[in-house]
Ligand binder design. Structure first.
Ligand SMILES: Cc1ncc(COP(=O)(O)O)c(C=O)c1O
Length: 384
């Protein structure tokens, strides 16, 4: 397979380990393994730690342990462990789904902008990919009428992402139902990347139940990376019909075989205690949203945004006459701040901001960004 470079990932890996203020990250500030174990009642911690340390590090159950799949299945309506495949992050879930569901020449509609994988993999397979654009002039809202215009009788798959990376848009329960009915009419399937599930925001919009709950045409993808701050576990999953799960499992045999045993066990602890993790997340994002609101108001001459409706991400517009990649590199190299270039998503004039960083780092990252923008103006860069 020949595939185009993953622009965002290439850019992030250049800077993410050496900047002080990473406010581009798409996840919530990561938890430690110790913090995960501390979610257990005190009386159970020693035994849980012993169990983890005594785990024989052989291969794990290929689909993910029955215990983890059962716990994941319970987060959907009427699913069983056989409807779940545990994967190496949502990225592997999407990759095997796209590669098993699609053939060269298939017509696919994919959301745009997007986590690039959702467009590049179908293109690499040889599909015709129509882009369902979220437009700034529309406040980055999904336009269902436009989707209806983009599909054709040949459409095999509709790829959505809600809450959305990078705009923080959401699809409501009614909109998801409309998309499901459209897929039924077309005899198509829908892949719903729900990497930002459980990330409702104060003052934001409710997140609809997962698409998989609507019926067999719907496939939901989830992950421990974003809502739980556990990207280092590399655990995600597919929720689909057992035949799709079996086919994806067959392809996964060639890629990563099975999840890591310790990661599977830690993911199970996280899922069983997700209420407390979600409370932690709320504290972080509430503080960062307050900080951001004040910052955008103070700097309204230079920057603006539509705050995320859910999830952790938004595109920030900057009014300087400079390219987003150059600005992002300058911020990283000279101010130790990471804000992702909009050009990585095909949106010039924007930077992607994440609101999941620890609040003191987030606040300082914004202060340094302000300093950078003001110094650029003082040095003669035109304000548009
Ligand atoms: C929409 C979306 N899907 C999938 C992924 C991959 O996540 P992971 O493989 O860590 O679960 C990301 C990561 O940024 C994402 O934003």
């Amino acid at each position: 397979m020949k595939i185009e470079p993953f622009k965002l990932e290439r850019w992030m890996t250049t800077y993410e380990t050496n900047v002080r203020y990473d406010i581009a990250e798409s996840g919530i500030f990561p938890m430690t393994a110790g913090e995960l174990v501390e979610l257990l009642p005190e009386s159970a911690r020693a035994e849980a730690l012993n169990d983890l340390l005594a785990t024989p590090l052989g291969y794990s159950e290929a689909r993910g342990t029955e215990a983890l799949r059962a716990e994941l299945a319970r987060t959907y309506r009427d699913l069983s462990p056989d409807d779940i495949l545990v994967t190496t992050g949502a990225i592997e879930a999407n990759f095997v789904l796209l590669n098993t569901l699609l053939e060269p020449g298939d017509h696919v509609v994919a959301v745009d902008p997007a986590y690039q994988q959702l467009q590049s993999v179908p293109r690499a397979i040889g599909c015709e990919v129509a882009l369902w654009r979220l437009r700034p002039e529309n406040g980055f809202r999904y336009d269902l009428d436009e989707l209806e215009r983009l599909v054709t009788p040949r459409t095999k798959l509709i790829v959505i992402n809600t809450p959305h990376n990078p705009t923080g848009a959401v699809l409501t329960a009614d909109e998801l139902r409309r998309i499901y009915e459209l897929a039924e009419r077309l005899d198509a399937r829908i892949l719903s990347d729900e990497a930002y599930r459980w990330l409702e925001l104060p003052g934001g919009e409710p997140i609809a139940p997962p698409l998989r709950d609507l019926g067999p045409r719907a496939i939901s993808v989830g992950t421990f990376s974003k809502p739980f701050g556990l990207p280092g576990l590399r655990i995600g999953w597919i929720a689909a019909t057992p035949d799709i799960v079996q086919t994806c499992w067959g392809m996964r045999d060639y890629i990563s075989l099975s999840p890591g045993k310790l990661n599977d066990a830690l993911a199970l602890i996280a899922l069983r205690h997700r209420d407390r993790i979600i409370a932690r997340t709320h504290e972080i994002v509430s503080a960062n949203l307050d900080e951001a609101e004040g910052w955008f108001a103070r700097n309204a001459d230079l920057v603006s945004w539509s705050p995320p409706r859910a999830g952790l991400l938004a595109l920030m517009k900057f009014n300087l006459d400079t390219a987003s990649l150059g600005l992002a590199n300058h911020l990283a190299e000279d101010y130790s701040v990471m804000l992702a270039p909009g050009s990585a998503f095909g949106y010039e004039g924007y930077l992607r901001i994440g609101i999941g960083q620890s609040p003191p780092v987030f606040a300082e990252g914004l202060r340094q960004t302000e300093r950078c923008l003001r110094e650029l103006v003082a040095s003669g860069v035109a304000v548009k």
